[in-house]
Ligand binder design. Structure first.
Ligand code: ZN
Length: 177
């Protein structure tokens, strides 16, 4: 298990556009393993490569079921992700970001999306996501273009120390990525 340091604002890597991945060799495999370990250690529900200081189009997401807390978590690794469908319906929800510790914001996102990309071996994959999972993908893919949730939020607020501690204890999906 190898943890990488999570980069936080105002590190400029968070504002750069990440490069398309073309080499699916050992370096990428190590990056993905480390991103999964780092996401789980926080804990978070998603992580994009720029958040560990790597300017490449890679995201990892781990999420269960928003209706059923006991549902097993599912891990998604997507290289070179892009949306092929974005629903017209939107949902407003509360987001946080490991790269902007201590802040939350209200962000409007597409209610459902279709993500296309490649798996860690370079094979094509398609993921259909709704609700929270769709939100996580939108948040993480934004990171690859240097976009942060605070850019899109209609309202941003700072957590009090107590709220921060509570959030750490419960690690709610809305606070975790
Ligand atoms: Zn984030």
């Amino acid at each position: 298990m190898a943890l990488r340091e999570i980069v936080t604002l105002p590190d400029p890597v968070l504002r750069r556009k990440a490069r398309k991945v073309t080499d699916f060799g050992p370096k990428l495999q190590q990056l993905i393993d480390d991103m999964v370990d780092s996401m789980r250690a926080e804990p978070g529900v998603g992580l994009a490569a720029p958040q560990v200081g790597v300017q490449e189009r890679v995201i990892v997401v781990e999420f269960g079921d928003e209706e059923d807390e006991k549902a097993p978590l599912k891990l998604y690794t997507v290289v070179n992700p892009e949306f092929t469908r974005l629903s017209k319906d939107t949902l407003v929800g509360t987001e946080g970001c490991l790269s902007i510790p201590g802040y939350l914001g209200e962000v409007e996102r597409h209610a459902s999306v279709v993500v296309k990309g490649q798996n860690r071996r370079g094979q094509p994959l398609t993921i259909k996501a709704q609700g929270w999972l769709a939100r996580i993908f939108q948040h993480e893919i934004d990171h690859l273009d240097g976009v942060l949730f605070v850019d899109k939020a209609t309202k941003v607020w700072r957590l009090t120390k107590e709220e921060q501690e509570q959030a750490d204890e419960h690690a709610a999906p809305s606070l975790g990525d």
